[in-house]
Ligand binder design. Structure first.
Ligand SMILES: Nc1ncnc2c1ncn2[C@@H]1O[C@H](COP(=O)(O)OP(=O)(O)O)[C@@H](O)[C@H]1O
Ligand SMILES: [Mg+2]
Length: 261
């Protein structure tokens, strides 16, 4: 997918002041690639994901996926999955029921459903909890279900907006490992937003550093292609890269901007 010269303004109607959330955003993501986006609050990360999801349709610039617009792609069967900070499960449905519901919404034939759900639950180590309701699960397990639900529809692209930010670090580490394990089975294209340099480095092939200056834009790209997979938190190459991500964030975080000082 290719984003070219994306600019997004909010407001501005009936004389109200407009706000430029994004400007000059260029980003290409290869099929099967994992790209992380980091940057301070309000620099336009979620807005960018919403554009890629096809949820935000009012913007300037060009966004194409293999030469077609997202609307054309979705019309032709392209599937987008979105994972948020909260699991957003249906409380009145079981774990299995939640995933089946997503499959139905994505028009998967119902006779395939059971096998598909079994496979994905096994991959996320939730087979024993298929009949549990969300409120019977911990926050980490609920998020695990939300990730399972996202992969179950075999998305062409998976978007994740700070998916592990609400979890304690140990739970988050385990979930990131699970995520990469599923990814290696499906090789789904993933674009995610994070606030955590180590998390972004652990998951991504490339990390994009955004900042507002004053409108949100991509300032720097850091490649993690050299860090071997499967990833390990103890890998010195990973730790070194994650330090580079931290200093890039610091450099671009707008601390010199009096508004955010
Ligand atoms: N629907 C909206 N209407 C007006 N302004 C918005 C809207 N959504 C986001 N913004 C503004 O756009 C900027 C970027 O927001 P967002 O993409 O949510 O940032 P981030 O996810 O990086 O924290 C912020 O200044 C935010 O207040
Ligand atoms: Mg956001």
């Amino acid at each position: 997918m290719d984003l070219r010269n994306i600019r997004k303004e909010f407001g501005g109607w009936r004389g109200a002041r407009s706000w430029t959330a994004l400007t000059d955003v260029d980003l290409s993501v290869e099929t099967g690639e994992i790209v992380g986006i980091l940057g301070p609050s309000g620099c336009g990360k979620s807005t960018l994901l919403n554009i890629v999801a096809g949820l935000e349709t009012q913007y300037d610039g060009e966004f194409t996926i293999q030469g077609k617009t997202i609307e054309q792609q979705i019309e032709a069967g392209f599937r987008v999955a979105y994972v948020f900070q909260e699991a957003r499960l249906l409380p009145w449905r079981t774990v299995r029921g939640n995933i089946e519901f997503a499959l139905k919404a994505s028009k998967f034939p119902q006779n395939e459903s059971r096998v598909r759900v079994d496979r994905i639950l096994e991959l996320v180590e939730l087979s024993k909890f298929a009949h549990f309701y969300p409120q019977q699960l911990s926050g980490g397990m609920q998020q695990r279900v939300s990730i399972a639900r996202a992969f179950a529809i075999e998305p062409d692209i998976l978007l994740m907006d700070e998916p592990f930010s609400a979890l304690d670090e140990m739970t988050a580490q385990h979930l990131r490992e699970s995520l990469l394990k599923i990814w290696s089975a499906f090789r789904t294209t993933i674009v995610f937003v994070s606030h955590n340099a180590l998390e972004a480095s652990f998951l991504a092939d490339r990390v994009m550093i955004m900042s507002h200056g004053p409108a949100g834009t991509i300032r720097q790209e850091i490649s993690l292609a050299g860090v071997r997979r499967p990833r390990s938190y103890d890998d010195l190459d990973l730790i070194e890269k994650s330090r580079a991500v931290v200093s890039a964030l610091r450099k671009h975080s707008g601390r010199s901007d009096p508004v955010h000082a």
